[in-house]
Design a protein around this ligand. Structure first.
Ligand SMILES: Cc1cc2nc3c(=O)[nH]c(=O)nc-3n(C[C@H](O)[C@H](O)[C@H](O)COP(=O)(O)O)c2cc1C
Length: 214
């Protein structure tokens, strides 16, 4: 058992993402929030680095957090409900999705920050390398130089079941339900399970902060 992830890492990543959702609920999507989302894009879509038969590779992926196993079915039920009720109703869909994010994905009682998910839309370099090695490293950065984390993970491609459904429904809540249509079908999920975290800020220069060395 690896224990809790470091506080500063949680503060800079998961908790800041929660703050962005709170801002969205309080103010709506105004120009300053849009600027903040652009500034924080490497928190929302970190670079996923892999190595393997497709060569050393780096590509941005939209990444989110998985809820703890005991909340997975409940979270799926909520998402199905929002999707059914607010399909094609942008205002209601977005505010219900934001509330869902606060209640589950950014709720520290329910989320498991050591398990992240994305979906993989092509069988490109990332897919080939993960399928072959089961490893990926995520690079998160808080600009301009506030923080940088290298998160080494055990990575797997998930093509059915609860995690597959969770990942695609989470994507739908933001990108399909408000518009009432999908721009693309569901895709396989990637599950990233955190094994190690390094603090790559210019002050710390690559020290491992998880699991702790002390
Ligand atoms: C901001 C951003 C987010 C992206 N998110 C995803 C994603 O969630 N899933 C995906 O398959 N591709 C995503 N892409 C595209 C990938 O980065 C990449 O172009 C594609 O997966 C093929 O790269 P690869 O062959 O190196 O794996 C994203 C691109 C950008 C610019």
């Amino acid at each position: 058992m690896l224990g809790m992830l470091p506080e500063k890492y949680l503060e800079d990543t998961l908790r800041y993402r929660r703050t962005l959702v709170e801002m969205m609920l309080e103010r709506g999507m105004d120009e300053s929030l849009e600027c903040e989302l652009v500034r924080r894009s490497l928190l929302l879509s970190p670079i996923v680095a892999t190595c393997g038969p497709a060569g050393p590779n780096a590509a941005p992926f939209m990444v989110s957090y998985l809820v703890k196993e005991e909340y997975l079915e409940e979270a799926l039920e909520k998402m199905r409900d929002i999707s059914k009720k607010y399909w094609g109703n942008p205002h209601q869909a977005i505010s219900s999705a934001a509330r869902f994010l606060l209640d589950y994905v950014y709720n520290e009682d329910k989320v498991d920050p050591s398990r992240m998910v994305s979906h993989v839309m092509s069988k490109g370099h990332t897919w080939i390398n993960i399928a072959s090695t089961g490893k990926a490293t995520l690079a998160f950065m808080v600009p301009p130089d506030k923080a940088a984390y290298e998160v080494r993970t055990r990575a797997s491609i998930v093509e059915s079941g609860g995690i597959y459904e969770y990942t695609n429904m989470l994507h739908d809540l933001m990108h399909a339900v408000p518009h009432g249509e999908r721009s693309h079908p569901w895709y396989p999920a990637i599950l990233f399970e955190v094994e190690e975290i390094y603090d790559n800020s210019y002050k710390v220069l690559g020290k491992r902060i998880y699991p702790s060395t002390s």
